[in-house]
Write a protein that binds this ligand. Structure first.
Ligand SMILES: [Zn+2]
Length: 316
């Protein structure tokens, strides 16, 4: 009897994860961050704002460089690869330190991400049903559309996650702000709320990264993507918090990533595996995983390395 209960408990404990093994669950992200920071070549501290963890990195020695960057990953829970890229970048910076200060939120929507990790791969909003990237207090508009998960929340900054970003922007005053997403391939700058492009005074780094992503849309978010988005973090950082350079990166698009390659054996194997999983996770959920995240380990590794390098260039 006792063994039977133990077996059930073990099954329940493992029922939670349906991610490919090279992805990290939120618990694994937290453990990995601690591990990386233990041996970091920069002075590292962590602070918890409600449910959101923020990491501060400073050069170990006195530094002249007044540059500062603030990076956030995983605003939309189903875009798992964003958080994975944040983790890879943190590791890279801790091994090859920068000579200026950074603040990084690796996992911006942790409560929803835990659901995604259990197979709810289409979840974009937080668990209050708010799209965090429509909840910022700049050109905010009330919207309630849970069907496409595009809801603004009842008022600007109604959510602890966006309040955290607002407070860090106002106290830290970064020169560069970057939010990392997936679903298309793009390096975008304001505006997203209207179809008009701003011109940054420090645009040289943006020109430099064009060769790194030849398939990317590059330019003003609304003009490139074709639709407007009010109350988003990138526009808030630039328009209200007066950050000089503010970007939204879109780092994975299923079609573009795969069109030049033969389907690899890992993916074929996965498709077969899908058939077996059907009863537990719907096809719609599996489609969401593949729409926002690479399935093969090779693609995953290539992508987190490539985008970490692009981010490092953009924040210099
Ligand atoms: Zn997104």
């Amino acid at each position: 009897m006792k063994i039977f209960v133990i077996l059930i408990l073990i099954k329940l404990a493992f029922a939670g994860t349906s991610l490919p093994p090279f992805y990290h669950t939120t618990d694994e992200v937290e453990a990995e961050v601690k591990n990386i920071l233990k041996n970091c070549q920069m002075k590292a501290t962590q602070k918890k704002y409600g449910i959101v963890d923020s990491i501060t990195l400073k050069p170990k020695l006195d530094h002249e460089n007044k540059n500062k960057a603030f990076l956030i990953f995983g605003e939309h829970a189903r875009e798992l690869i964003s958080v994975e890229t944040g983790l890879h970048l943190l590791n890279q910076i801790c091994h090859t330190p920068l000579d200026f200060k950074l603040k990084i939120i690796i996992n911006m929507n942790p409560t929803s991400r835990r659901y995604v990790e259990r197979g709810h791969y289409c979840l974009r909003e937080n668990l209050n049903g708010v799209d965090l990237n429509r909840n910022y207090g700049f050109e905010w508009k009330f919207k309630e559309n849970h069907f496409v998960q595009d809801s603004s929340g009842p008022e600007p900054f109604s959510e602890v996650e966006t309040q955290t970003v607002r407070d860090i922007l106002s106290s830290f005053k970064p020169k560069t702000f970057i939010t990392v997403h997936s679903g298309t391939l793009a390096i975008l700058h304001p505006w997203a709320f209207k179809k008009e492009d701003v011109v940054f005074s420090h645009h040289h780094n943006l020109r430099g990264v064009k060769n790194e992503c030849v398939d990317c849309l590059i330019g003003g978010a609304a003009t490139q993507i074709g639709y407007t988005a009010s109350g988003n973090s990138m526009d808030y950082a630039y328009g209200m918090a007066k950050v000089k350079r503010s970007y939204t990166l879109e780092i994975f698009e299923y079609e573009k990533q795969n069109q030049r390659k033969e389907p690899d054996s890992n993916f074929a194997e996965f498709l077969q595996h899908k058939e077996k999983e059907k009863s537990e996770i719907s096809n719609k959920e599996l489609f969401c995983f593949d729409y926002f995240n690479p399935r093969s380990e090779d693609q995953y590794n290539e992508l987190v390395a490539k985008w970490s390098n692009i981010i490092l260039q953009l924040i210099q």
